[in-house]
Design a protein around this ligand. Sequence first.
Ligand SMILES: NC(=O)c1ccc[n+]([C@@H]2O[C@H](COP(=O)([O-])OP(=O)(O)OC[C@H]3O[C@@H](n4cnc5c(N)ncnc54)[C@H](O)[C@@H]3O)[C@@H](O)[C@H]2O)c1
Length: 335
Amino acid sequence: MTSKPFISPCKFVASFTAVKLPKNSICIVDARLKKIIPKGFLRNRSIYWVQAGERLKALKGLSGHYSKILKIAQKHQRSGLTLVAIGGGSVGDFAGFVASTLFRGVALVHIPSTWLAAVDSAHGGKTALNVEGVKNQIGTYYFAQQVLLVETLLKGQPRARSQEAYFEFLKMALLSSRPWGKAFLRNASSESKFLWKSLKFAIQEKNSIVKKDPFEKKGIRHFLNFGHTLGHAVESGYKLPHGVAVGYGLDFALWWSIHRGYLAPKSGGIMREVLGMNLSKKVMSVSHLMSLLVKDKKKTSLGSLNFVFLKAHGSPLLKEVRVSEMRAALHRYFR
Ligand SMILES: NC(=O)c1ccc[n+]([C@@H]2O[C@H](COP(=O)([O-])OP(=O)(O)OC[C@H]3O[C@@H](n4cnc5c(N)ncnc54)[C@H](O)[C@@H]3O)[C@@H](O)[C@H]2O)c1
């Protein structure tokens, strides 16, 4: 396996038949996939089954997981050991953290099973755990040696999952200055066939941003939070799936970019139209959203937060905005 710094090489395969894993590997697998992954693939492998979700990422449960994984690891050679994460973003975050710490770091391979993991969380090297219910408080940067994208696994997901992930794809398309970004908007669809075709380009976009600022020190990687500042508040405040909440966050970010004069109303309008095709109207409480928003980690200091605007297709802009400005903008947006 080759590896460029900070970029995990991707391999696109039609089915599990084409997946070849290192012999000395332990797979950490979402138990929901037991009936989805072909039995032949699972046979004779070391597997640690997990229940996907935020509880898996809880720091509290970690010691128990390490004990069980270490027991499995006794049957393996430490040298050259690989952990293979098979699941969505929660399994990837958990397995990535374990891989980065087990025996001071073993190799990591991701086989994402959700669109969200395939387009986003399996790339970029972030691992994360939750502390006392607060998301992603602890983590490491640990880049996978490879990301394997299995067509049958991703396309086999329920329709609702591709509708949710569509907004993360759209985010990458809006951030992209490559021809793909504009083509995605022209043909936008949440059909899994379309997402599969777009996956390679969306990943390239994420990787090109990560490469310039792998450890989030220069403000460039922050562009990936486009739509997420409000999105996270909407997600926790209205119990919406992450992707859908990001959709609402993107619409507000585009609207605010136009109102601040950064983004031309005509192109911003077209972007909002494409977004709106998959987003139903929702009334939200500004004070509820603001109370959640100031708790978010993107707050830079007590009275301000980082916000990603868009100047043009493929041209994001990071600004520090006062909390009071954000509140006023939200009032106008929801009016
Ligand atoms: N590390 C990063 O850069 C990064 C980026 C974005 C999100 N995340 C994290 O990712 C997590 C969310 O990701 P997710 O939505 O993939 O979550 P998830 O892993 O919790 O999966 C969501 C649900 O889908 C099910 N599922 C998984 N694969 C399936 C399949 N093929 N068919 C049917 N059901 C399937 C799971 O069992 C689970 O119930 C969050 O914890 C978030 O913090 C991390």
